[in-house]
Design a protein around this ligand. Sequence first.
Ligand code: ACM
Ligand code: ZN
Length: 675
Amino acid sequence: NSIVLQLDTFKSEVKEESYQLNISRNGIFIKANSLNGLFYGVQSLLQLIETPQNGKSYPFQIPFCEIIDSPTFSYRGMHLDTGRRFYSVDFIKKYLDIMAMHKLNTFHWHLTEDQGWRLEIKKYPKLTTIGAQRKQTSYDGKPSKGYYSQEDVKEILTYAKSRYITVIPEIEMPGHAVAALAAYPELSCTGGPFEVETNWGVFKDVFCAGNEDTFHFLEGVLDEVIDLFPSEYIHIGGDEVPKDRWKKCAKCQLRIQQENLKDEAELQSYFIQRIQKYLNKKGRKIIGWDEILEGGLAPNATVMSWRGEEGGIASAKLGHNVIMAPDTKLYFNYFQGDPNYEPHTIGKQLKLSTVYNYNPIPEALSKDEQKFIIGAQACLWTERIPTPKETEYMLLPRLSALSEVLWTNPNKKDLNNFMSRLQVQMKRYQKLNYNNANSVYDVFANNKLLANKSGYLVKLTTEMPNDSLHYTLDGSIPNQNSKKYNQPILIHSNTTLKAISYKNGKQHKRVFTKKYYIHKAFLKNVEVVNNYMKGYEAKHSGLTDGLTGSTSYGDGKWQGFLKDDFVGVLDLGKKTQITKVACNFLRFPELYLFAPKWVKLYISTDGMTYKEIDSQYFTTTTNPLAKEIVNYTYHGKSMYTRYLKIVAKNIGTNPSWHKTAGNQSRLFVDEVIVE
Ligand code: ACM
Ligand code: ZN
């Protein structure tokens, strides 16, 4: 009746963090060659035990088994942005608990940002007296503040250590530093003054690279960071550094001259290399985001590849260690389920299965180069994640998929098997009072255009294999008596599809809804006069694919115009009777998206002479937090036309109340519907 932990008894040739777990009539034995390995063995044992609710004890069974387990990667990381949101010490501990349970070993603690400096530095007290508070957040009118004292940090480090987690602090430079510049404006190119940022974005004011005081200051900060954090690596950021100020700064330009640098990209490289040298001298190594490749990579730097895998591939080819954190695979701030229900739908989608299927080793690398991929990490940027509860929601269950990416040999991964085990794991989350998402039960539609282009064949799926799906085509809310989904659904006409999923006798709360518009201009070509924005082409299907863009601006449906108007000419192919023309615009001032000033509609039978038949004016919103679809509809008496021209006037520049007043504004349009 004992649990035996045995050190230095694991005979086979294994990595440091490996373990063996034996459960039999003879007892429970965990063997490893390191305390880390024993710790992971205990985590697996806990995973085999049904977690008691509220600490109550009760009899339980553990299956007899033998597990021999080794991580695939030595760097297994999770990041948290505490610059945009301040989290309590207790929450950080909970975060570390969740990481430990998933056998991760590195916490990337993002401590400094434009919107807040969170680390007490005794030599520079204004970093926290000024830099750790902001007047408000995204126009909410509520001040917010918080920082970690050096005592807090020590407490967290002790907590992490006892969970075999290394904490890597990130001190951002030369960009994402407005909070520091608000405290010490003399370290900027312009001298300020600055306020700790209250909006999200990338800001032009960065540390001055020509001023010796900048380096003196950062060295002073890093001295205290080194004293506090024992990690081999210090993360120094390096991402998203606009060069606007450096281009106009006499000191920065003088530095470029004196150091024989080619341009501002090389000045950034100079900056990073100088800091690296300082840290190397103190026995530490740097990690930087993949921008540190630009202008020349500092020797020995480890690169964290976030803008896809390209930076990581290039770095590995140069013989640098790489941590993969590509946003499309591992940014947990992207939403995980049906965008109609996900609380934080800004940006892109990242499903659980996408995380699970990710392999950090890119095919583009040779066997020798692959060695430089030391692991992977997921990031959790918190701009749009206001509370700790929601932070947990974004983390779970995707962290479970990340854990398997990092522990399981890619050849042995099996999504279905994972999904079946995940159900047990999610029960465990609930008992531990972890707020996990249930988005794996959400219904998704895969829309395949029919060969004769008359409509769609719609396949419904859930990430978690379901027991059954039920749907309606008349707009009513489905229940278990509605038609059961057995095969893909044919859609030939205007249809509202609604669907629900069942698992283990329970109906998932979220009702899937999708409208299909099979209208008179369905799949007809729209000639667009002005250039649309890269990334917002709506090119997968165009403006007449019968599917409308959602409030998730990056859903691939919207066609975007920067400053320019939308001028679209639609050829219906032949003279056609019409009564209605409609299109949508996405309004989202935070991302510079506004409804048009006006929309005008023209018709033509020859495609040369056009007659205006409608014009409608729109008011420009004054609500910075608006996020909505603005509809234009012309509804008139029946008429005949072959060509239609729609002109939507871009407001041109962001309005005077906007955080970037006067900058070019964006007009996003989708689905020109003709009936
Ligand atoms: C990043 O997401 N800017 C590293
Ligand atoms: Zn400067």
